[in-house]
Design a protein around this ligand. Sequence first.
Ligand SMILES: Nc1nc2c(c(=O)[nH]1)N[C@H]1C(S)=C(S)[C@@H](COP(=O)(O)O)O[C@H]1N2
Ligand SMILES: [Mo]
Length: 197
Amino acid sequence: MKKIVSPINFREDRLPPGQHWVDHLIVLDIAGPPSNIDLNKYRFKIFGEVEEEKILTWDDILDLEPVELKADFHCVTRWSCKDVVWQGFHVNEIKKLVKINPDVKAVMVHSLDGYTTNIPIEYFFDEDVIFAYKLFEKPIPADNGYPLRLIVPKLYSWKSAKFVSGIEFLKEDIPGFWEQRGYHMRGDPWKEERYSV
Ligand SMILES: Nc1nc2c(c(=O)[nH]1)N[C@H]1C(S)=C(S)[C@@H](COP(=O)(O)O)O[C@H]1N2
Ligand SMILES: [Mo]
């Protein structure tokens, strides 16, 4: 029996302001999925403000305790999708693998397509945040982030980086790909933190 992680919803109808429901995930990314991903060569790097950086293989990832998360997905372009089911490992597993510098303020998530996104540390290490390798019981399709993606249900989904290659711990919160182009540094859909002004 897989451990279940529960999402946190803030409204009875679960729909953040300015959003509408759609019935499937709409594929959105800067460059399409990276080609030729070979799980034997795949590496996940944990680096930055840590005592000793760590590089995980795909087998190392599968050894981490599996969890399941059913969560709503909110895109800043105003669509939301209900009850998306992901499986993977909880972010707290990372704390067991590296010793994180106590004055870390944020993480930068790095992806194989060159995408990055920054997340304040308290939003990253939260109970409903996971790295997922399955979507509705199957390996994540290429377009949706194969082989591994982050899921942060409480933030707009540009923070849920696809095709992740690593996680960098930072002493200060610095902007990632979209954040450098005007998207909000935090991106809470319940507060409509769409853009920085
Ligand atoms: N690596 C990477 N991750 C990414 C993106 C991207 O361009 N590259 N786009 C983000 C955006 S803007 C959204 S809305 C979601 C879309 O996820 P989906 O394609 O699975 O629906 O992925 C996010 N993660
Ligand atoms: Mo998005």
